[in-house]
Design a protein around this ligand. Structure first.
Ligand code: 1CP
Length: 345
C-alpha cells in the first residue's frame, strides 16, 4: 500500500518514471454503478450534490474504498464552474447538462465572468478536506476543455452533431474565439484553485473534441485548451488531456501542453505512442463495454492493454471512456486486481 504521495504509482507513471505497479483509476469511478452512490444521492439533485462539501467528499471516497484504485477524481461535473458564475443551467437526470438560454450572440458573452474563489467555496473546501482524508492516494482535479464546454453552452444540451457549435465556429470565428477565450479563463482559474487546495494532478476533459477534423481542432480548439493547461504549468502537477474519438488528434492534444494523453479504445496504446510522440505518458484504454463480458475476457483484454502500454513513457491504466452506470462494480474491483498483479519487469 502507498503511504505517502511521493511513493504514488500514479504520479510516478504520469512523470514517465517506473512505478511499483501499473496504476489504475476509472473515469466516472464515482457514480451510478455504485449502490452506495445511488443511496447517498437519493432525493438530491446532481448539481446540489456537487455544491455540498460533505457529499462531494463522501462520493469521491466511495470508489477509493471499494476498488482500491490508485487515484481519486473529485466528484463534480464539467459544468459546475459555469453554474457557479451564474449561468442558468441544470443537469437533468437521463439527459445531462441543459442550458436555459443557449449562448449564440455576443451580448450573451457578458454573462461569462471570471470565476472567483467565493463562487466555488464548498467545492474547494471538499478538495482541501479530501487531500487530508486520502493520505497517500492522489486527488485528480479536473475541468472541461473549452470546446466541450462550448458545445453544451451553444447547443443548450447534449448533441450528436454539434451543428450550432460548428456553425458559430465557421460563421463568426471572432465570436467563437472570444467565447472560447472566456471559457478557457474560467477553466484555468478553476484548475488553479483545485491544485492550490491540494489536488495532485489535473485532467482536462475535451470529451467531444473528436468531432473536429485535425485542421479545425488546431485552429478552433487547441489554442484555448493550451491556455487552460498553461494556467497550471507553474504548479508542477501532471496534466492529463483526454477526449473520445481523438485518434487523429492525439499528437496535437499532447502538443497543447499535456504530460499525459488519454486515449480511447479505438487506437492501441503501442500505436498511440507514435501518434503522441516522445516524452509523454499515456492513459487508457480498455473499452468500457468489455466489462459486460465474463471475467476471463476482461482479464485477457486488460492484459493486452497492459502489454501495449509498455511501449509508453509511463502508462496509467484506465478505461477508454467513463464507467457505464450498468456495470457491475465487482467487475471493476477484479479489474483493479488484474492490473495490480501485472508484472512490469
Ligand atoms: O468519477 C467521478 O466521480 C466522475 C465525476 C464526473 C466527471 C469527471 C461527473 C459526474 N461528470 C464528469 C465530467 C463530465 N461531465 C464530462 C467529461 C467526462 C466524460 O466524457 O465522461 C462530460 C462530457 C460531462 C457532461 C455530463 N454530465 C454528461 C454527459 C452528457 C452527454 O453529452 O452525453 C452527463 C450525463 C452528466 C451528468 C453526470 N455527471 C457526473 C455524473 C455521476 C452524472 C450523472 C448524473 C447523476 O448521477 O445523477
Amino acid at each position: 500500500m502507498t503511504t505517502t504521495l511521493s511513493e504514488s504509482p500514479f504520479l510516478a507513471a504520469c512523470r514517465g518514471q517506473t512505478p511499483a505497479h501499473v496504476p489504475v483509476w476509472f473515469m466516472r469511478q464515482a457514480g451510478r454503478s455504485l449502490p452506495e452512490y445511488r443511496a447517498i444521492r437519493e432525493g438530491v439533485a446532481m448539481l446540489d450534490s456537487c455544491f455540498t462539501t460533505d457529499l462531494v467528499v463522501e462520493i469521491t471516497m466511495q470508489p477509493v474504498r471499494r476498488h482500491g484504485v490508485d487515484a481519486a477524481i473529485f466528484f463534480s461535473d464539467i459544468v459546475v464552474p459555469l453554474k457557479a458564475i451564474g449561468v442558468d443551467l441544470d443537469i437533468v437526470a437521463g439527459v445531462g447538462p441543459v442550458v436555459a438560454e443557449p449562448i449564440r450572440t455576443r451580448a450573451q458573452l457578458d454573462q461569462l465572468r471570471d470565476l472567483e474563489p467565493d463562487d466555488v467555496a464548498p467545492v474547494i473546501a471538499a478538495v482541501a478536506a479530501l487531500t487530508g482524508e486520502l493520505g497517500g492516494t492522489p486527488l485528480i482535479g479536473f475541468a472541461g476543455a473549452p470546446f466541450t464546454l462550448a458545445s453544451y453552452l451553444v447547443e443548450g444540451r447534449p448533441s450528436r452533431d454539434y451543428r450550432n457549435t460548428k456553425a458559430m465556429m465557421h460563421t463568426d470565428p471572432e465570436l467563437w474565439h472570444d467565447l472560447l477565450g472566456r471559457i478557457s479563463a474560467i477553466a484555468g482559474q478553476f484548475l488553479r484553485m483545485q491544485v492550490q487546495a491540494g489536488a495532485s494532478a489535473v485532467q482536462l476533459f475535451d470529451s467531444w473534441a473528436g468531432a473536429l477534423s485535425l485542421a479545425d481542432y488546431r485552429t478552433f480548439a487547441m489554442p484555448h485548451s493550451a491556455a487552460v493547461l498553461e494556467a497550471v504549468a507553474d504548479l508542477d502537477v501532471p496534466r492529463i488531456h483526454f477526449g473520445v474519438g481523438t485518434g487523429e488528434l492525439l499528437g496535437a492534444m499532447g502538443e497543447a501542453g499535456a504530460d499525459v494523453v488519454g486515449v480511447d479504445w479505438r487506437v492501441p496504446l503501442d500505436e498511440a505512442v507514435h501518434r503522441v510522440g516522445p516524452g509523454k505518458a499515456l492513459q487508457g484504454n480498455l473499452d468500457p463495454t468489455t466489462l459486460f463480458a465474463p471475467p476471463e475476457v476482461v482479464e485477457r483484454e486488460a492484459r493486452r492493454v497492459l502489454d501495449q502500454g509498455r511501449a509508453a513513457h509511463g502508462h496509467v491504466f484506465n478505461l477508454g471512456h467513463g464507467v457505464m452506470p450498468e456495470i457491475d462494480p465487482d467487475a471493476l474491483t477484479r479489474l483493479v486486481d488484474v492490473v495490480h498483479a501485472y508484472e512490469l519487469d
